[in-house]
Ligand binder design. Structure first.
Ligand SMILES: O=NC(=O)[C@@H](O)[C@H](O)[C@H](O)CO
Ligand SMILES: [Co+2]
Length: 403
């Protein structure tokens, strides 16, 4: 019987920091897992190298569910992004191996194709309304049927989601946390105007999304959601921090603007009330942070019972391994909603060779066995890890706010 013979943890920075797990079996079959946790990468690398890799060697790679239970229950300490990202990486690598052993692309092991392609949304942003509108036009011209719009709030530096100049939006860009000012009233007065300007200019023939990024209180989020109802958003994302899941009842009482939550959450229990009380419309948990394919399927199946659809996080700080796994899962699940898609930098794609393809506003998975991603460790070694932190937001009085 095949055994896990080697488990290597690679920390490298091709385009940006990534942590990648590669498991190799006694039959020479390899599987990849993404273990990247933006701003806390080394914690997950250590969790894997020091605590999980010694447990993997010699175990049966085919026993994916058993491995998940063994690592989850065996930790004793429950949940949390570091533990769940480490478990996610092992789980994803074992699914990659299982696909290769079966000679099937992963989506075939997950129930087969449920749709022709995985609809994605692009990230349009601008330092002001005109540049935002130009960016929206650019993505519509590229064939996207869904676009997220974020614009800098005047006189409030460092608004979330706004690129600095050309290139890819990369929030973790400083060796120490960049402290950025935040003014809720300025945002509440400005954001609805640019979302209206987008509809004014481009109409309603595409999905418009917006990420509030945890910045509002429940009543402020209710006010925002109500104010933008005429924009017919596909969703407003992370309107308020979700540790207190019942806070969303207040938002729900006031507005029909759809709600998406989950990218910072890492287990089914963290979204259980949001789903079972239908407090959200899309669940954004991911392969890399919410327990891999095994656990994410559970979350998506629970969501399906309550007509909650998927809308997984897909920023560039989730590696091409996660994107490939997400597209396989998105291809198969019945309650797919939409997939976030930020194209990775070429430097990243020169290290992660992925078979995922974009066409007509959708992604399609590789037909190669497993995930369809190969990792070039030698090439990656040319890009050493660099300490990078996500920003910290501070209100105008200097107190810390949610970034
Ligand atoms: O919806 N997407 C997002 O909110 C992302 O841009 C997150 O801020 C980053 O992935 C954090 O590392
Ligand atoms: Co977000």
């Amino acid at each position: 019987m095949s055994r896990i013979e080697r488990a290597e943890v690679f920390v490298a920075s091709p385009g940006r920091n990534f942590v990648t797990l590669r498991i190799t079996t006694s039959d020479g079959v390899t599987g990849l897992g993404d273990a990247t946790l933006n701003g806390r990468e080394l914690a997950v690398a250590a969790y894997l190298r020091d605590h999980l890799v010694p447990l993997l060697i010699g175990r049966d790679p085919a026993r994916i569910e058993d491995m998940w239970q063994y690592l989850y229950k065996g930790a004793y300490w429950r949940r949390g992004p570091v533990t769940m990202t480490a478990i996610s990486a092992v789980d994803t690598a074992l699914w990659d191996i299982k696909g290769k052993v079966a000679g099937l692309p992963l989506y075939q092991l997950l129930g087969g194709r449920s749709r022709d392609g995985v609809t994605v949304y692009a990230h349009a942003s601008g330092t002001d309304v005109p540049s935002l509108l130009d960016d929206v036009a650019r993505f519509l011209d590229l064939g996207y049927g869904a676009v997220r719009a974020q614009a800098a709030v005047p006189d409030v530096g460092g608004t979330y989601g706004v690129r600095k100049g050309e290139g890819i939006y990369e929030p973790a860009s400083t060796a120490l946390p960049d402290e950025q000012p935040w003014d809720t009233e300025a945002y509440l007065g400005f954001a609805p105007t640019y979302l209206e300007a987008v509809r004014e200019r481009f109409g309603f023939g595409f999905h418009l999304l917006h990420d509030v990024h945890h910045r509002l209180t429940p009543i402020e989020a209710a006010r925002f959601g109500k104010r933008v109802e005429e924009c017919r958003l596909f969703w407003m994302e992370d309107p308020t921090p979700a540790e207190n899941q019942e806070a969303f009842r207040l938002i729900r009482q006031h507005t029909t603007t759809p709600i998406a939550v989950g990218e910072v959450l890492s287990s089914i229990w963290d979204v259980q009330q949001l789903i079972t009380e239908q407090l959200i419309d899309y669940v954004r948990t991911t392969v890399v942070h919410a327990g891999g394919i095994t656990h994410l399927r559970r979350i998506f199946d629970l969501a399906a019972l309550y007509q909650v659809r998927t809308g997984s996080h897909g920023a560039t700080d989730l590696s091409p391994v996660t994107l490939a796994a997400a597209v396989h899962l998105d291809t198969a699940v019945p309650n797919f909603g939409i997939q976030e898609y930020m194209p990775h930098a070429q430097e990243t794609l020169d290290v992660f060779h992925s078979g995922v393809r974009f066409a007509d506003g959708m992604l399609v998975p590789s037909e190669e066995p497993g995930l369809g991603v190969e990792y070039d460790a030698e090439a990656a070694a040319r890009f050493p890890y660099e300490p990078r932190y996500l920003p910290v937001a501070r209100r105008l009085d200097g107190s810390v706010h949610d970034w």
